[in-house]
Design a binder for this molecule. Sequence first.
Ligand SMILES: Cc1cc2nc3c(=O)[nH]c(=O)nc-3n(C[C@H](O)[C@H](O)[C@H](O)COP(=O)(O)O)c2cc1C
Length: 276
Amino acid sequence: MTTILTDNCCNCLKCEKICPVSGINIDSKTINDECIECHHCGAICKTKAIHNEYLLGHTTQNTIQPYEFEQLMQQRRSHRNFSNRKIAPEIIAEFIENLRFSPTASNQQSLQFTVVTNPDKLLLINKLTITTLSKAFGGINAFTKPLLKLFLGNNKLSKMEQAKQKFMNKKELNKQMICYNAPALILVHSETTPTGMPCHDANIWTGMAILYAELIDLCTCINGYIVNAAKRNKSLKNTVNIPDTHTIYSALLIGYPKNRFENKVDRPTPIINTIT
Ligand SMILES: Cc1cc2nc3c(=O)[nH]c(=O)nc-3n(C[C@H](O)[C@H](O)[C@H](O)COP(=O)(O)O)c2cc1C
């Protein structure tokens, strides 16, 4: 809980002004129920007048140069070949702990993480995902097509058919097309709630995670297939003890790289519309 230490307060009002929910009243030295415990107040206070157990002392100056971040962004790739080396559970635990500063909507911090390293469970997730999505794609067939065309339109239907074809071809070629024999899978999930934005929280977390992983010589591949399959098939969650009341919002395969990407690739220049 955040409190204001009256004796330390110099009435500069910085905390009042920075509070995103107008939760602080320095006149009365009170914090109202709107407080989302983001601790901006404590982070900005020079006189240590804000007290809560999360304040860690002074921030250190960031020394990462912009070009270093740009290089990191360019070098990061999705890895679909992992070395046989296992990742120690402590390394994954520390990795997840260090990512806890990732922002969340209204500072809800509702994300939970299930780390799967059991090879049999990983094989099962691979299999369940393939069977679930094969069944789902099976719903696009000669009987349903006229109806789907009516509801979705030609363009969307043809995209769905392409996705189906791609999935079915891949399935034939690679029985490990989902988990790629990765030594670990991080499932990012949260209580399914009508408020908050856990889906966005999870995807932002994942964006941070894929970059951070590169810095500690790990490699990753985001997996949308698992997220999609888990929405359709409850047993996927059950197999790794994720409660039925939770939704899996992101799945991240993680391990040590088998390959190094030697060459840079470019991406199309973003379309930017600036409204001045
Ligand atoms: C939301 C999301 C879902 C993805 N799902 C999968 C997936 O299920 N399987 C896979 O192999 N790659 C998946 N990827 C990785 C993309 O295919 C990859 O990012 C893209 O091809 C660009 O390659 P790069 O990451 O190496 O730059 C996913 C990426 C994102 C952002």
